[in-house]
Design a binder for this molecule. Structure first.
Ligand SMILES: Cc1cc2nc3c(=O)[nH]c(=O)nc-3n(C[C@H](O)[C@H](O)[C@H](O)COP(=O)(O)O)c2cc1C
Length: 411
């Protein structure tokens, strides 16, 4: 993966050489572009030594521009990672300004951009920074962290740059520059998000699913080399790069989209929170507020998961069970009743599960189970996809041994 690593002027820049090493260990080719402020915190000598490439910092460097111009760099990148990202560089990207080499490349690239903010917690919670974060997210820029903890200024709070290894893992999870992995050559279909069941032209029944877990599973499967189709209900998440996304609205749409592409799929992961019931008929006009009370007749929606599990020649099928109580009991009964290969059970409620960035789950299959402690959905998805892949190969026999990606630390 060709990575342009932008380093900006925050204290956490001292971690940049370590980050470069972590990216290279995972197979990244790293070209560093640093701002003038970053040079106050870390030297280009150290960065050139670890990256193995001359560091770029000056937009007006005629010699360097002759070798690889800012436009060539913007094209060369599979991904642009800015770590640490100052409040200032976030604001510059939001404004669309390009006064320096790094922001010029950001403006000129079609590659995905990820930023790892690092700053004092008051700077991070400042409404201006939060508004900038929101705009960046809406534009599909990946925000990695920040973490919470003690800061260089001596205070504690949100604003710490994530650890270099976590950032490196997240960048390779973006699903770009897909390489060899446990699922190379395999087709994985994943559903995510809620569905919306219309009551009338302006109202619908839905649920609190954010789609974050399903999207994280899709990115993790792509990072393991799979060809991924993500069938997504209405969510406000950016489309993961390198993944085919099919947008649907109702449970019936999701059922149709799933069966259109499930024929040659190896693995099906049903992470969507599909409505169990929908209004029996959608009113053509908006329902008026006439009566003191009213009732709506509901009918069952198609059961997508059960229908895939029941296929004569079907994929390895993984369900999710989101329960508020007796999580393992309900999950095991769903596993058996629907004849699934695996089920990922998690507790949901006001305090956990939906729309949260973290999750903890218990994975069950016919003769085993594995518990996963609370972690970010991105990290968890990585571990879950690895387990799914291993159970898939175990279920299909030993003739399709997975090719393992071995990352060697040569130091
Ligand atoms: C000692 C020192 C530490 C700083 N640390 C941070 C930081 O951690 N995060 C941040 O957003 N800005 C920090 N700043 C402010 C930035 O360096 C400043 O906004 C600068 O203009 C950023 O430029 P750049 O984004 O082009 O690198 C720091 C400034 C100083 C003097």
């Amino acid at each position: 993966m060709n990575i342009v690593l932008g380093i900006t002027g925050g204290i956490a820049a001292y971690k940049a050489p370590d980050l470069v090493r972590r990216l290279k260990e995972r197979g990244g080719d790293v070209q560093i572009v640093m701002t003038a402020s970053a040079a106050e915190f870390v030297t280009d000598t150290a960065l050139q030594a670890v990256s193995g490439r001359p560091v770029r910092s000056n937009l007006w460097d005629k010699e360097a521009e002759r070798a690889m111009s800012h436009i060539e760099l913007a094209r060369w990148a599979d991904v642009i990672l800015i770590a640490p990202a100052t409040a200032e560089v976030m604001a510059r990207i939001v404004s669309g300004g390009a006064p320096d080499l790094l922001t010029t490349i950001c403006l000129a690239t079609e590659a995905p951009i990820a930023v790892a903010p690092a700053m004092n917690h008051v700077m991070w919670s400042n409404p201006a920074t939060q508004a900038n974060r929101k705009v960046l997210e809406e534009r599909g820029i990946h925000i990695l962290g920040p973490g919470v903890g003690s800061q260089a200024c001596g205070e504690t709070g949100a604003g710490r740059m994530l650890e270099p290894d976590t950032i490196a893992a997240a960048v390779f999870d973006l699903g770009v520059g897909k390489g060899e992995g446990l699922l190379t050559g395999k087709k994985v279909v994943i559903t995510a998000g809620p569905t919306r069941e219309p009551i009338d032209p302006v109202r619908y029944i839905t649920n609190r699913s954010s789609g974050k877990m399903g999207y994280a599973m899709a990115r993790a499967a792509a990072a393991q080399g799979a060809d991924v189709i993500l069938i997504s209900g209405p969510v406000s998440l950016p489309e993961p790069p390198g993944i085919e996304v099919r947008k649907v609205v109702t449970a019936a749409d999701m059922f149709d989209a799933t069966h259109e592409c499930i024929g040659d799929a190896d693995i099906f992961v049903a992470a969507a929170a599909v409505a169990d019931y929908r209004p029996a008929d959608m009113k053509k006009q908006k329902i008026k507020k006439n009566e003191e009370s009213m009732s709506i007749d509901l009918v069952r929606c198609p059961d997508i998961l059960a229908s895939v599990a029941a296929l004569d020649v079907g994929p390895f099928t993984v369900g999710f069970a989101a329960e508020t109580e007796k999580v393992d009991d309900y999950a095991r009964s769903k596993l058996e009743k629907k004849a699934l290969d695996m089920i990922i059970a998690n507790r949901v409620g006001d305090d956990c599960g939906f729309d949260s960035d973290d999750n903890s789950v218990n994975v069950l299959w016919a003769d085993g189970e594995q518990r996963f402690a609370e972690a970010s959905k991105t990290e968890l998805a990585h571990d879950l996809i690895e387990l799914v892949a291993r159970r898939f190969y175990a279920a299909r026999g030993t003739d399709t041994q997975p090719r393992l990606t071995v990352i060697a630390n040569t130091d």
